[in-house]
Design a binder for this molecule. Sequence first.
Ligand SMILES: Cc1ncc(C[n+]2csc(CCOP(=O)(O)OP(=O)(O)O)c2C)c(N)n1
Ligand SMILES: [Mg+2]
Length: 454
Amino acid sequence: MEGSPQIVGRSHAFKRAGELPLKDPLPMVLCVPSAPHRPGDTPHFAPLATSSASELERPDTLAPFETLRLHAVGLIRVLGTDDLAAGEWNPRLSPQQLRSGLEVMLRTRHFDTRMITMQRQGRLSFYVTSSGEEAVSVGAATAYLHDDLLFPSYRQPGLLLVRGMPALTMMCQGIGNVGDNASGRQMPVHYSWRAGNVVSISSPVGTQLPQAVGAAMAFAYRGERRVVGSWIGDGTAAQGDFHHALNFASVYRPPCVLHVVDNQWAISTHRTMATGGTSFAARADAYGFPGLRVDGNDFLAVHAAEVWAIERARRGGGPTLIELVTYRRDAHSTSDDPSQYRADNEADHWPGGDPIDRLRRHLVALGEWSEESHRQLNAAIEQELNATFQIAESYGTHANGLGHANESLFEHVYADVPAHLAAQRAELMGEPTAKPHEEPAILPFSEAANRAVG
Ligand SMILES: Cc1ncc(C[n+]2csc(CCOP(=O)(O)OP(=O)(O)O)c2C)c(N)n1
Ligand SMILES: [Mg+2]
């Protein structure tokens, strides 16, 4: 109204700053990263490291995280292109330890090969490979104590083999027959092994990371010197769960080692869609704990980094984030066809080599292994796992029945079987059932509400 005092709507003088011409503006575009190579392209990978073996120092395991910033963007590597171990991170394993690491890695690879072949023959519904990533799991798992608790993703079967899960039980799990320790309740490759302190793999990616941090918090709360390890992939590091886990780890500093396995791909999504930063390990810096970037195809480097982080956690120094640089050689799973999204011969251009080849060559260079012993071990493991699959099928097959008794449907889900399920079980078994009106299984909502009061 004319003449009325203006008390609202007056713009603040600073608002004008936004109206001034911008100095050297860049184009305003949405940055959508793309994979560096797709079908039809010639793949090109940048070198993983400038030096053969790591020139990075191995500080005391309680060193302040600020002193490890280079470790988060460099690369911890022990095995050089000369097949020899060098640098401060050399874990100095005995030849016997090296041979046993090689053997479990070989077993992991043959396990993969057998399971894929069986899936292609229709004897398994589904499988997830870990070919090329064996050092990530075997190199790490060999560094933990039995009491330590592990929360893997689906791509670390080597970790279960190290923790003593029999290949037979793992195969039965894949088939889902009566030899499966999860009684067919889980998808294939969702192993769990209580005797080896390995927590069940879960389908929604990343849920294991906050669970692992929570378990480590419980150990710290109870004053137990047990360490928790957990693994996720590069793609999963874009999930909120990753940051929730790191934040809890940052605040409560529990004894845990968290891993990002950067195998370049998350199904068809390239790693460039998962981070705009320099490395995954560098993210730890913002949370106030160390991040180590490690050559994930170097058995010795993986083991050494793991030993360091576990010791830090066990000494009370809190969490570490380890990034393992590796490469997914095969399809994401048996339901995937990478020829649709990857350059044909991409694997041949991967600069990180093959973890089994690299350890084999190292042992040969030390004079502790030979091509002939390797050939014999290869053949023996292949034969053993072929025979193991036949035994696994004797417990039940998809074609002839999985061997589960019908009433087992009602087992291992509830500690106390609810009345309505007990009634269904009795009906299935042809036993007399309680009449629903005698013992109502599920109360009508109004009645339940009344009972809940007080
Ligand atoms: C919460 C959730 N979102 C999506 C999926 C489907 N999914 C299964 S595996 C996967 C890729 C994960 O990639 P990455 O974390 O890099 O692990 P990798 O498979 O390479 O080991 C996706 C998207 C899922 N299982 N859970
Ligand atoms: Mg990945």
